[in-house]
Ligand binder design. Structure first.
Ligand code: TRP
Ligand code: ZN
Length: 879
């Protein structure tokens, strides 16, 4: 057991750094075992005259430290395992520090490390301190000049941020390159890459006529897998000019693809470093989802150049200032590149799959957290996705023009600085004249608001009462009403959209067919007048607010909304909520020992009507077709019944499949044909999604397994091949093993495709899956040192396979805890992420609770627990 409990960092304790770093000069002598880093800082005191100089540093070997060229005697400074302290320093001076590090031994992938022989860095959030001693905090910004020296044969390419200002040969087969970044930046945006890399080159002319050189750097042999990412980059650059008037500010933009990477990608100034998965794509091995992901991530990192880099965060509590805003911007971009309604549905699906559970569990925290132990643990769905929803609500409240004015003001005020979420909201308020004081509770209050709607019709008036309530979350017992922008419509019994006239508005004026209500109180009633009969309300259209909604809809109301709601989100949502209610009823019936599932005929019919409606986009129909996930359904239960949910959902799938067998056969044939030869377009993706959705229904009858096997063999793209394999792994048919073996043999040399092979086996809802996963751990291509591989096998098992992970004997839990303990020393950032499913124990039955908490206790009892894992395990364990 760790004896010294790690320190808690609090927002309330923020204090500015007492020195300014005027400039920074870095020189690297690269070597896998002993890289020398010489760092020269020009410092001047801006705070307290007595303040000591304190620098962060971790896993460093200090070689020397000098002030104004004079080496310091050992009694002048104190070096600990977390930093360097010099008690007495002048008011203005030059500090020179030499350290030594071993990139080869860096398995945490934070700081400078090696990935397949390529040097690369990851400094966000606190990786720079693993390179040299420095005030490693985002409000210390300075200009960087970086010289990299390395063996020319092994590392012909040497990259860092900004412009390449010098290069030349050195003795002993070495060479050097010097880079200068004219823009001040915090240390987390520093990057260095060195290796033998291939370059894919292109260019972009900005709207003011500057030519920007664009490069994507990859391991040799991957050049042909870059064009899609390059096109995405150019589209993103153009889009940011068109929509926000934001132009790129240097003449060079580099992206590097690396195989070993903790997250998706990183926005280092002019030298973005990407997980290979977020860059590389070819038709044979990338799915439509992979292409869409690449497009979004490339855009996301590019957009950070303004929202993140030019304007950065004052402290890490403000992380959503850059992440929520940049996710919102990449969502807007994807909506413009693809189908906006389909994108919105996907956003809400992942918000519900990842953020709502977080908000309802032991790790709930506000969009702007107020304390943390390890900042790596706060790159969360709440900061990213709920943060984006907060920006989206502001956009909704201010309107397109008001929001753009607010953005312009935000940039004019804060360019070149490190700032706060409050200052962002202030710019929005000042530009629009709107008061956001209540709205800002979205930043400080954790938990998902529960909204309850009730309607009463009398004398031509429909009174819609909205109540809101948020349950307590850890550390926040009392909650206050939030400002909720809530879009509503009213539909007549024959499916017509009705005008929304609020009581008190002139009876002769135009009344809109949809409107956004400002819900600000715990209970509020809105009275709509001039109605002939009781309407059906369409609520939270477009998912204007990230809330859980309960409304008193009858089955007939839901079927009506599925059919007629002109808001495409609300139409989809009606189907999801209808299915959810049916399925939860079925689970409860089963649990009560009554084995008659509730009659689903009306739902199944309504679904058939929607799926047959050829005026609807295929991608949208594919969304309608997909039932709520098992996780989502279990999440709606006070005590999760994972087995019951699985059984009920499978039964409804079969029911739908039997009723609409002909429709599915027709849809599949029609849309396989319409997809044509593969091209990674949104339109083609829509056809494939609909055809593959139909295949999944058809193969609920194992007699149809041959359809999947034939599709597997004939596929000219990974989307179709994976869809077939995904179906086959669940079935006990000979094609299962044949196709799995074929897939392995075909793609064993393609790491990203091989990850899919690991994953697809890990998510199979079969009794032998855990045994198979354990076998796969000893596959020659399995390693705990590559985060993509760990996520593909262990992550997919723990987060994508509810019935097997939650096996009654606790074997899934024990397996996960073992992997977390392995990662404790290897890569605690990944370990902490992996462990999160164990934190849901309170929602399980008595037996599973005991098993899960026992595993958490086992983790907490381990020696030398990393901060990352300690924080998640201890918070998860709390009753
Ligand atoms: N800032 C990055 C993004 O959202 C994400 C990030 C944070 C990251 N820490 C990281 C990426 C560590 C990789 C490794 O775009
Ligand atoms: Zn980001």
């Amino acid at each position: 057991m760790k004896t010294d409990t790690p320190r808690v960092i609090r927002l309330s304790e923020y204090a500015p750094y007492p020195f300014t770093v005027e400039s920074l000069d870095l020189a690297f002598d690269l070597d896998p075992k002993a890289t020398r880093v010489e760092s020269t800082l020009k410092l001047s005191r801006t705070g307290d005259s007595g303040a000591a100089l304190e620098l962060d540093g971790e896993d460093l070997r200090l070689v020397s430290v000098a002030i104004d060229g004079e080496a310091l005697a050992e009694d002048r400074y104190e070096a600990t395992d977390s930093g360097l302290r010099i008690a007495k320093v002048p008011d203005a001076f030059t500090l020179t520090i030499t350290t030594e590090i071993a990139p080869e031994d860096n398995t945490k992938l934070e700081g400078l490390y090696l990935s397949n022989g390529m040097y690369c860095t990851q400094c966000e959030a606190e990786g720079f301190r693993r390179i040299t001693y420095f005030p490693d905090r985002p409000d210390v910004m300075t200009t960087y000049r970086v010289t990299i020296r390395a063996d020319k044969g092994v590392n012909p390419v040497l990259l860092s941020n900004g412009n390449r200002v010098d290069a030349g040969d050195l003795d002993g087969g070495r060479h050097y390159v010097t880079w200068e970044d004219p823009f001040k930046k915090p240390s987390y945006l520093f990057a260095l890459v060195a290796g033998d890399l291939a370059r894919v080159q292109d260019s972009f002319r900005t709207r003011s006529g500057r030519d920007v050189e664009l490069n994507i750097w990859v391991e040799h042999g991957n050049e042909s897998r870059c064009p899609f990412a390059m096109e995405s980059l150019k589209k993103a650059m153009k889009w940011d000019e068109d929509v926000y008037g934001l132009e790129y500010d240097l003449n060079l933009f580099n992206i590097v693809a690396v195989s070993h990477f903790n997250m998706g990608a990183m926005e280092n100034k002019s030298l973005n470093v990407f997980n290979a998965k977020a860059v590389l794509a070819d038709p044979e091995t990338a799915t439509d989802a992979d292409y869409a992901y690449i497009e979004a991530v490339v855009a996301h990192e590019y957009f950070h150049n303004w929202t993140g880099n030019r304007i950065t965060c004052r402290d890490w509590f403000q992380l959503s200032l850059k992440e929520g805003l940049t996710v919102f911007r990449d969502q807007q971009f994807s909506s413009d590149m693809r189908s906006a309604p389909v994108e919105r549905i996907d956003q809400v699906r992942s918000l519900r799959a990842r953020q709502f559970p977080e908000d309802a569990g032991p790790l709930a925290h506000p969009v702007r957290p107020d304390s943390y132990i390890e900042i790596n643990n706060f790159y969360t769905a709440t900061v990213y996705m709920k943060g984006a929803e907060v920006i989206r609500m502001m956009h909704r409240l201010l309107g397109e023009d008001g929001f753009r004015k607010g953005m312009d003001l935000y940039i004019a005020r804060h360019d070149g600085t490190a700032t706060t979420c409050d200052n962002f909201a202030k710019a929005m308020e000042d530009a629009s004249g709107r008061d956001l004081s209540q709205f800002k509770r979205w930043y400080s209050q954790a938990g998902t608001p529960q909204v309850e709607a009730e309607g009463r019709f009398e004398d031509g008036v429909y009174a819609l009462t909205i109540r809101q309530h948020t349950d307590p979350t850890p550390g926040q017992d009392t909650k206050h009403p939030q400002h909720i922008p809530f879009e509503v419509g009213l539909i007549s019994r024959d499916g017509a959209a009705l005008p929304l006239r609020l009581e008190g508005e002139p009876a002769d004026g135009e009344a809109p067919l949809t409107r956004v209500l400002d819900v600000t109180e715990a209970e509020q009633t809105f009275r709509f007048t001039g109605l002939e009969a009781e309407p059906v309300p369409s609520l939270n259209r477009g998912f204007t607010a990230p809330v859980r909604l309960t409304a008193p809809w009858s089955d007939a109301d839901r079927a009506l909304l599925m059919r007629y709601d002109p808001d495409s989100f609300a139409k989809w949502e009606a189907g999801q909520q209808y299915a959810t209610q049916l399925l939860l009823n079925a689970v409860n019936e089963r649990a009560a020992g009554r084995n008659v599932a509730p009659d689903a005929t009306r739902f199944v019919d309504a679904l058939g009507t929607t799926l047959s409606d050829e005026t609807l986009d295929p991608a949208y129909r594919a969304q309608m077709m997909a039932l709520p996930t098992e996780d989502y359904l279990a999440e709606q239960m006070p005590v999760m019944d994972v087995d019951g949910v699985h059984a009920a959902r499978e039964a409804l799938k079969r029911d739908i499949a039997v009723t609409h067998a002909d429709l599915f056969t027709k849809l599949r044939d029609q849309h396989r044909a319409a997809a044509g030869p593969f091209a990674p377009t949104a339109e083609g993706a829509g056809h494939r999604a609909l055809a593959n959705g139909a295949l999944a229904y058809l193969t609920t009858d194992p007699a149809n397994a041959h359809l999947a096997a034939e599709q597997y063999d004939a596929a000219d793209n990974m989307t179709d091949r994976m869809a077939a394999l995904r179906v086959l792994v669940e079935l006990d048919v000979p094609e299962r093993d044949r196709c799995l073996t074929d897939f392995h043999d075909r793609y064993q040399h393609n790491e990203l495709a091989l990850d899919k092979w690991f994953s697809v086996q890990a998510v199979a809802a079969r009794p032998d899956t855990l045994a198979r996963v354990k076998d796969l751990m000893s596959h020659e291509k399995f390693t705990m040192r590559n985060p993509n591989r760990v996520r593909a096998l262990v992550g997919a098992f723990a987060m994508g396979n509810p019935t097997v992970f939650h096996a009654k004997d606790g074997s899934g839990y024990a397996f996960l805890a073992d992997r977390v303990l392995e990662l404790n020393s290897l890569n605690p950032q990944i370990g902490a992420r992996l462990l999160q499913p164990l934190g849901r124990w309170k929602r399980m039955d008595e037996d599973r609770r005991k098993l899960m908490t026992a595993e958490l206790d086992r983790i907490l009892a381990a020696p030398d627990l990393a901060r990352d894992i300690y924080e998640i395990a201890s918070k998860s364990r709390q009753a």
